[in-house]
Design a protein around this ligand. Structure first.
Ligand SMILES: *Cc1c(COP(=O)(O)O)cnc(C)c1O
Length: 375
């Protein structure tokens, strides 16, 4: 039996080990050190942004961005319902309420045309999530936000290196966040980054992530802060990853092209597209089963698992989770609900071989057809 083909795995084939050993040898293992400052500088330049502040994961990166923007109790923040739970939870951490918005059917990203209808006097801003690597249509979103005086946060945790109209994801709105979890395009093991051009937002993120301590006065805390710092060891891994980000992104694209090629003539399945104004980084190779496929999505996933192929279902829409169910007050979000039940993520590791991708596609085609003869 061949080794299981994973959905994701880190590629630690560069300077990761050498840099981590350097941290140990020099004893710089905590939340200061040269790898932290280098990683922040390099990441800011990668995003074409002025400031990048590291933190301990992507979830707290969203929290820090919202804290810096002044989100607090009673506020509302519009977020896509089809996202990872951290986007919505970070709003809740601030005492604010996430207001869920449906997906548009093509890219499955938030339907920016529905934002205006959800704005109330309590709305403070919008979090745009570049789902599975495809950038959100930012221009109409930014226009609506500007018209109503709202902030826009990019949750780019799944889209390192993505482009919107030739501009880098992370530099498109007021502030952006990234995750470096083990399955993300660039990883530190655990880690996050907040990116912005605004010096005042940058200052506040630094304040909140470092216990709220006044940078000019040791042990003087003008506000309640958090310990949300990254370690030098994590940054060492992140920097080594960033050194080969062009290769990582190129591999992601190659694999997506192979999937598109292999599944071109397989009916009943479609992949996340790439809009003409976007560069999808294909964090995941996301497949949507056609409603006409007789086998259920979960049954297809089970058959792939039996063939040694790991897959992941799409996220459940946030408004269907117990803690957020009430918040939509009976409002239906049909597109996200439908897509979430039919979607699955295929193996997307940069270490996959062309043979692996072919094996996945052959098995996917077979798994979808398995129930066709049933009476
Ligand atoms: C992964 C992810 C996060 C959270 O990142 P962690 O580093 O796992 O805390 C936030 N938002 C989205 C969209 C993500 O995919």
């Amino acid at each position: 039996m061949r080794k299981k083909i994973p959905v994701a795995e880190p590629a630690l084939c560069g300077n990761e080990k050498q840099y981590v050993l350097d941290c140990l040898d020099t004893t710089w293992i905590s939340s200061a050190g040269k790898y932290l400052s280098r990683f922040e500088e390099e990441f800011a330049s990668f995003c074409n942004a002025k400031h990048a502040m590291s933190c301990c994961n992507g979830t707290v990166a969203v929290h820090l961005a919202l804290l810096a923007l002044g989100v607090g109790p009673g506020d509302e923040v519009i977020v896509p319902t089809l996202t990872f739970v951290a986007t919505a939870n970070a709003v809740t951490y601030c005492g604010a309420r996430p207001i869920f918005i449906d997906s548009e059917p093509e890219t499955w990203n938030m339907d920016v045309n529905q934002v205006e209808a959800l704005i109330t006097p309590r709305t403070k801003g919008v979090i745009a999530v570049h789902l599975y690597g495809h950038p959100v249509d930012m221009d109409p979103l930014l226009a609506t936000a500007r018209k109503h005086g709202l902030f826009v946060v990019e949750d780019a945790a799944e889209a390192h290196g993505g482009l919107y109209k030739n501009r880098r994801v992370g530099s498109l709105a007021d502030i952006a966040v990234f995750s470096f979890y083990g399955n993300k395009i660039v990883t530190c093991g655990e880690g996050g980054m907040v990116v912005t051009d605004d010096p005042e937002l940058a200052r506040k993120v630094r304040l909140f992530k470092g216990q709220g301590m006044d940078p000019a006065r040791r042990y003087w805390f003008p506000t309640i802060g958090y310990n949300y710092r990254m370690t030098n060891i994590e940054a060492a891994i992140g920097l080594a990853q960033l050194e080969k980000v062009d290769w990582l992104l190129a591999r992601k694209r190659e694999i997506a092209e192979q999937y598109a090629q292999c599944l071109r003539d397989v009916s009943g399945v479609s992949l996340q597209p790439e809009k003409e104004w976007a560069r999808n980084v294909y964090w995941m190779n996301s497949a949507l089963l056609d409603p006409s496929v007789r086998s259920s999505r979960d049954e297809v996933m089970r058959r792939l698992d039996e063939a040694g192929i790991e897959t992941r279902p799409f996220f459940y829409p946030m408004h269907t989770l117990p803690m957020y169910r009430e918040s939509v007050a009976g409002r239906v979000l049909p597109v996200a609900g439908d897509v979430a039940m039919r979607g699955m993520n295929l193996p997307s590791s940069v270490l996959l071989t062309a043979g692996d991708v072919e094996y996945v596609c052959d098995n996917l085609a077979r798994a979808m057809r398995a129930d066709d003869d049933r009476p």
